[in-house]
Design a binder for this molecule. Sequence first.
Ligand SMILES: [Mg+2]
Length: 369
Amino acid sequence: MIVTQCTLYTTRLRCLQPFKTASNLSDICRTIVVHLTCNNGLEGWGEAVPKPRLTGDTVSGSLEALGSLFWPRIKGMEVWNLVGLHRELDAASCGYSSAKAAVDMAFYDILSKAAGVSLAAYLGGGVGQEVATDYSIGLTSTDEMLSQAREIVASGFKSIKLKVGLNYHEDVDRVRLLREEVGSQIAIRLDANEGYDYNQAAWVLDKIAPYGVELMEQPLPRWELKQSAKLCRNSPCPIIADESVHSVHDAAAIIEHEAADGLNIKLMKCGGLYPALAIANLARANGLSLMIGGMVGETAVTASCSTALAGVLNFEYADLDSDLLLKDKFFPQAELACQDGKRIAPGAGKGLNLGSPDLKQGEKLALPV
Ligand SMILES: [Mg+2]
């Protein structure tokens, strides 16, 4: 089963509304969808959502990497050879993790189709998987935050992820108001996206203790592992590393420093499902909890892969709303559902069960065969 063709699509997908964090603003998301074809006719889909601030890559750079660095090494490759695939991708470049993730997902899509099972089953998880997810609220006004919170709860979600990290005094007030609005039965998660220094983070964690926050993601800059370890020891809630963990080597450093209670794994950061499995297994062996996350702009391709991974390995936390934040759908027929705050990966069918793409959403670029 040999890879013979690669077609890339560049997209411009609109968000339902602009989404602001302490480090980023998303409105129209430019992404790359990858389509691989094999000599036996099987096809696989993957996607790259480069975020310069998070993954250090761009759409134009990732197109260049896919076409010039990766495709010459992937063309003619045996699809079962995942170890060889990642060896080639890493030999070609130390970066471009989202482009690597795109190729990795397309390989897994093909492999599970060849095995005649869904991706969740291919990963070892049996039939359909359900994963309870939060729904995110960006850095909005207080009124907007409370109005969105009411809608989220009415839609059946049991947890809300609130972006913080721009103004630490206001953040405590926002958490208090959100807790008063949603009551005690809804989990509140915070994500500071590296927005605090140590003293600010310690102050916020102390002040929010009465409001029963479930976890805090990445309060400090990604390199502050020693400071993060100090925060963890005194925090009323688990500290989850996100921007600090891109690779299994980052995970090993976090574990060595005891710099987090859990890891947020995102396929775009680590380069796909194969490296994600390595990070997840290392975390589990060291007693860390696991969260699955995504980047705004990811479609049903990544959301389906992430749901399967988190479901199969029983991740404690899921933040799988990225595709739900988009107005435009590249895969309008995808079988991945969202009901009562749960993502439901299809158990039947083969591969990612994406259905036909809406190719009008993308601009096509065929790579030389
Ligand atoms: Mg985060």
